[in-house]
Design a protein around this ligand. Sequence first.
Ligand code: PFF
Length: 457
Amino acid sequence: MEKRKMHGTWSSRWTFILAATGSAVGLGNIWKFPYITGENGGGAFVLVYLLCIAVIGIPIMMAETMLGRSGRQSPINTMRDLAVEAGTSRAWVAIGWMGVLAGLLILSFYSVIAGWALNYVFAIADGTFVNATGATVESYFETLQANKYEMIQWHSIFMLMTLAVVIGGVTKGLGNAVRILMPVLFVLLLMLLGYGMSEGNFTAGFNFLFNFKFDLLTWDGVLVALGHAFFTLSLGMGAIMAYGSYMPGDAPIGKTIITVAFLDTAVALVAGLAIFPVVFANEALEPGAGPGLLFVSLPVAFGSMSGGVVFGTLFFVLISLAAWSSAISLIEPGVAWLVESKNFSRLSANLLLGTIAWTLGLGTVLSFNDWAGEEYHILGVTFFDFVDKLTANFMLPIGGMLIAIFAGWFMKKSHVRREMSHESPEMFELWRALVRYISPTLVALVFGFLVWDMLIN
Ligand code: PFF
């Protein structure tokens, strides 16, 4: 009996770690982190991003998990019940609503980018990039971007893959898939890192990531780093709250969350260390290439290494799978609410939300061709950039800040302490100080400086 009980608890704590890591590790780590680092000048940006993970991301992730575990429902209903229990305004359910909306907006473009990765699986397997130069890969990528029908096709396939899993229920099979997926992905990244060290310009790549050139960093860059800390940890929109309800009551939240954040950060840094040496070794490639950075740099590496067709195919399969396990968590909060409160079946809830996200995704597809021109820009950027910035730089940090304020100031301390009973008194007080004072203030300060910067310029 004792043994079985222990095993059950152990495996559930790991189920949470695996599900949360599956959600956190995705396109954000391998695609987005390198390209925004490139656009924002490298080192100083990376440092700010790491600080945001440590002082803002981890404490808020603990808070979001704690809320999910005490509510044990969809984020919208969890927030309503917890607000009632705390004797405060029901308006806090806005955190849940904003999260559902942010999830759909993110999923809309996430699916398009994951569609590129699916396309690359077949392109690499076909030998398209064998001995390719930076310029050839670039022209392949440009042709793909110009072809909206092709992009819509892959976007649709990825969306259907996501819905299929969520219809079946998120917990089933996900744990096992992630258990195999993550280690293989990591080994392949290490292999690419080895390639970058021996064939690429590793010193230039390393220096770019870790030499802190603060003069290159703008307030806008600081905001992007902050937003990315939320995006990469799947934070501020209810995904982690929804997964928090899987967590057994007696699992230590702090240790568990630190494990997830550590794994997520490690994948991003290794991805950066694998990609930039290739970029700097190739004249045709540049760090500030934007959203295409991953898709133009890595095929060059795979094209010139022995066994590159096999490893390259496998690598893009894994990126697609990592994106898949993240996409699931983007739609789950909305699906859970429709099923819980509106009598939807999982199937109809998925069809409704999936159709909305798919349709919004067409805007991202067109951002790279028909709507690329300035006449289609929203506030000076393309539809894709607009949705990306609106969610990562505003909705997630604001959602996260509200989560911190709710957990730190409105929930009864005794209730919070009960949920966090595994934390030592020192760790608990440190965490509480962070979510009460430090994390929300820092988020507010970044917004404040941004406005100030806009006003004086
Ligand atoms: N964390 C994911 C990534 O880095 O790719 C993206 C993401 C998933 C963001 C789920 C938000 C979320 F709720």
